[in-house]
Design a binder for this molecule. Structure first.
Ligand SMILES: [Zn+2]
Ligand SMILES: [Zn+2]
Ligand SMILES: [Zn+2]
Ligand SMILES: [Zn+2]
Ligand SMILES: [Zn+2]
Length: 333
């Protein structure tokens, strides 16, 4: 009876470690005299060294191993989402690093943002300001714009801030459309002006235009004026939100070029799916041409009725009837 008691005490002690550690402590015990212990795997009687893990006994041969490196679990270990055991070294190697506090996320949930950015649950719940582009919480670093927006460290590089840059991206967008989509999509430089604007001016413009998306997700805008009976006489103003990273600025500009072309060449008044869907499709084609997988993903991930489903509609048109079908529908012909 005394021995049984001793074993129970030991089991309790292991149990205690179990609660204290992240996972379980696997350790060597010494063979208890007078009590037969058997390996829970092979059934052999345990003499000398054995392992205890989660209340089970193992001989040195059958000791559970790390599912990644195959080494015996002799220290702290963890269990992954599929229920497999992982040693501490491999667990830490695969654990994501929080982009906000820069710590390894080991004992809490985390959220993945665009471009592979990660925030641990603590940082997410801390009520921190967010990056206007990716929504990542910001503890330090990054930029603060005059209109109060902030961008995270990651999205503060290669950003478009000046009027000259906006014009350059606009010109570049047309060249890329000609190269990756069709040289038939052109514009008359005399009838288009390009403006870089902060968020306050941008919102003002956005609210004056009849059709718009979720305000915090729009980065460009095209206003077209002219006699509705003669679209050829139309004049367009293109607005680009200040502070977009290069790839996003280009994606947005390609989209706006689509509006400029569509408004000038349309046969009818265009509904939202027809116009936004086409501009998303144009942006998709250019980004595929440039092999910008991250931008392509952002476009495909949307599933709202005009932008997301509009893109899907145009992709389907393209599969069935090629570019002629796309252009015909885009202009309402
Ligand atoms: Zn065994
Ligand atoms: Zn391992
Ligand atoms: Zn964090
Ligand atoms: Zn960001
Ligand atoms: Zn649009």
């Amino acid at each position: 009876m005394g021995v049984t008691f001793k074993l129970k005490m030991r089991a309790l002690w292991w149990g205690l470690i179990l609660c204290l550690g992240w996972g379980l402590l696997a350790s060597r015990g010494s063979w208890a005299q007078g009590v037969e212990l058997h390996c829970s795997q092979c059934g052999k009687e345990l003499k000398g060294r054995y392992y205890v893990l989660e209340g089970r006994y193992y001989c040195t041969e059958d000791m559970p191993r790390c599912s990644k490196c195959g080494r015996r679990l002799t220290g702290k270990y963890y269990r992954d989402s599929q229920g497999k055991n992982i040693c501490q070294k491999d667990f830490l190697a695969q654990a994501p690093t929080c982009s906000v506090c820069k710590r390894k996320v080991v004992d809490q949930a985390f959220t993945v943002y665009r471009d592979g950015l990660v925030a641990c649950a603590t940082c997410k719940a801390a009520g921190l300001p967010q990056c206007f582009l990716c929504r990542l919480p910001i503890r330090e670093g990054g930029l603060v714009f005059s209109d109060g927006r902030r961008s995270c460290e990651y999205h503060s590089h290669n950003i478009v801030t000046t009027q000259a840059q906006a014009q350059t991206y606009f010109n570049k967008a047309w060249k890329l459309i000609a190269r990756y989509v069709s040289p038939k999509i052109t514009y008359d430089p005399r009838s288009v002006s390009v403006h870089i604007v902060d968020y306050n001016l941008f919102l003002e413009r956005l609210r004056n235009s009849p059709n718009h998306d979720d305000e915090s997700r729009v980065y460009g805008l095209t206003n077209t004026y002219g006699p509705s009976s003669n679209p050829q006489k139309a004049v367009s103003q293109v607005f680009l939100l200040q502070g977009l990273p290069s790839a996003d600025a280009l994606s947005t500009m390609v989209h706006e070029c689509g509006h400029v072309w569509q408004q000038k060449n349309r046969k009818i008044d265009l509904d939202l799916l027809r116009s936004e869907g086409f501009c998303q499709w144009l942006s998709y084609k250019v980004n595929v041409g440039l092999r910008r997988q991250d931008q392509v993903r952002i476009l495909l991930d949307r599933d709202d009725p005009y932008y997301g489903q509009g893109l899907q509609y145009y992709l389907q048109l393209e599969r069935r009837g090629g570019l002629p079908a796309v252009f015909r529908y885009a202009l309402g012909g």
